[in-house]
Design a protein around this ligand. Structure first.
Ligand code: CP
Length: 325
């Protein structure tokens, strides 16, 4: 079966209209996205990287928060699938004149949008949008709730490097409490059979997170030798209501990934970071650019994941009553 045929059969079996989060997806659905992304990664190696799958479709990027990776890779993914794309910039829109969020979305839909990709600081905004417009909605990050395509690209990077997810020990390090990336990773990794460790200071990794079936640890140096993957999360200063650790330098002393800490881990420890990274806070430059780092592989895989998600959802646009959600 060719890569394109594989994507076509995955699309034929796909039943969801929206991608709002990974909590509601099954292991089979997550695997179908990862497999479809592999097909599109193969397309990206061809001399002609564009396929006509979304020709005639319109994809709107609605970003109410800043973004480098997610916004540009969704835009490029849609272009590679031959869709028309349009970026919406909230700060330059009529929202500043008092137009409501829902009215804004309905006006964009009236221009023929088929898919809306939305990032918003308020958790649940993509879900609200899905109730008020008929287009397919993709959550590109809603507050501290979920960031499904980031977790999918993390899993794709792990699976490409290790050949599997099941049975691996994956540590999510740092600011778990404010991280949508952590939530989406936990849902997906647990469903695919990984052991998930959450590590950070008690104020950023409260005990309650054990309810997700994760191990909660506060001493990084104790847990490092057991890990196959270390996913280093950014300190979300913008989402913290108050200082949750004494100082940045104290945080770095206990939780920054350094060369010494890399040596404490397995030789093939896979180091991920969703970005943006703060060199010298969460990881040193040598570690970020070192042989264990797959940070730029994550970015490359993100394009394939976003092509896969756009492709799978676009197959449901004309399906009407067959929509499952
Ligand atoms: N990882 C991630 O979501 O990066 P951006 O904020 O740059 O999109």
């Amino acid at each position: 079966m060719t890569a394109t045929n594989h994507a076509e059969s995955a699309a034929a079996a796909w039943t969801r209209k929206h991608l709002l989060g990974l909590e509601e997806l099954s292991a089979e659905e997550i695997t179908a996205i990862l497999d479809t992304a592999e097909s599109f990664a193969e397309v990206s190696t061809r001399s002609r990287k564009k396929v006509p799958a979304l020709q005639g479709r319109i994809v709107f990027n609605l970003f109410f928060e800043n973004s480098t990776r997610t916004r540009t890779s969704f835009s490029l993914a849609a272009k590679r699938l031959s869709a028309d794309t349009q970026d919406f910039t909230a700060s330059a829109s009529s929202l500043s004149k008092g137009e409501s969020f829902i009215d804004t979305a309905r006006n964009i839909e009236a221009m023929g949008a088929d898919i809306m990709v939305i990032r918003h600081p308020t958790p649940g905004t993509p879900h609200l949008l899905a109730q008020h417009v008929d287009c397919a909605i993709i959550n590109a990050g809603d507050g501290a709730h979920e960031h499904p395509t980031q977790a999918l690209l993390d899993l794709m990077t792990i699976r490409r490097a290790r050949g599997r997810i099941e049975g691996l020990t994956v540590c999510l390090l740092g600011d778990i409490a404010h991280s949508r990336v952590a939530r989406s990773n936990i849902h997906a990794l647990k469903k695919l059979g990984a052991h998930v460790i959450l590590c950070g200071p008690p104020t950023l990794v409260p005990r309650g997170w054990e309810r997700f079936g994760c191990e909660v640890v506060h001493q990084l140096d104790e847990v490092l030798p057991r890990c196959d993957v270390m996913n280093v999360l950014r300190i979300q200063f913008e989402r913290q209501q108050r200082g949750l650790f004494p100082s940045v330098s104290e945080y770095s002393q206990f939780y920054m990934m350094t060369q010494d800490r890399i040596r404490l881990g397995k030789p093939d420890l896979l180091l991920l970071a969703p970005g943006p990274i703060n060199r010298g806070v969460e990881l040193t430059p040598e570690v970020a650019d070192g042989p264990n780092s797959a940070i730029l592989d994550q970015v490359a895989n993100g394009l394939a994941i976003r092509m896969a998600v756009l492709y799978l959802l676009s197959g449901r646009i004309d399906a009407g009553s067959r929509h499952r959600d």
